[in-house]
Design a protein around this ligand. Sequence first.
Ligand SMILES: [Zn+2]
Length: 283
Amino acid sequence: MSVVPLPEIMDRAFKYRYGVAAFNTVDDVTMHGVIKAAEQSRSPLIVQVSVKTVKFWGVDVVRNMFVNMAGRVSVPVTLHLDHCPDPDFAKICLEAGWNSVLFDGSGLSFDENFRITREIVQFATQFGASVEGEVVGVPGVEDGVGSEMGGELLPIEQELAFINGTGIYCYAPPIGTAHGFYKAEPTIRYDRMQQLVEATKMPMVLHGGTGLTNDVYERLISLGAAKVNISTALKKTYADGFRAYLEKHPTQYDPLKLIGAVQNDVISIAESLFAVFGSKGQA
Ligand SMILES: [Zn+2]
């Protein structure tokens, strides 16, 4: 059985300073693709799903598909719920067997976010699950969650109070990255990342991972980003894969050849990112 709790994957990545890709899968083609890629690269893997995706397929369908696919490989894999602003939905997923959730209370007041995040942490504990926390919104709407502007940066003392007081396992820091495609070169706050890791000794999560240069990935991972979220790049690979195949084979009607080609594209991008993030060969 290769389904493991999130800390089993992230503690080691944080200690040895490599990053574990967390791919936002949308269906069986993408989920199976990234899991196969992890096995081939001997890399640990975080399979994550958005609230929108879980609602599209249904909680049990996603969870059962994950357990079935991940259970067949020998590398450690874990299931994570991305940006969830609804505490009740986060609890439903934890009850259904998710290994971790990001409770995203960045749209709430600090106090309200603090209170609910702590409650979710306590709830998750009974299932042996973990919670990622977020206090300042990452700019860019992702699958219907968040805002284009993101949140105002808080004094670091307040972020630390949130991290230490809520009992979260890992944290999504506001460091200048954004969801979606970058329209301009982002200004990355390496100093903030460094300060947060030094003060908390806690693994950090890199949001807005699509479109950063390898140098940016490497610097942030070396500072303590142990989970690197990849959503937009996978969606683009998926859509482009269908388009390219259909344009090249306009009279080909074998669906398995079509989705097989798309899945191969998914496997390729996943394998290349495992190599960039340094997780290749770590499992
Ligand atoms: Zn995010």
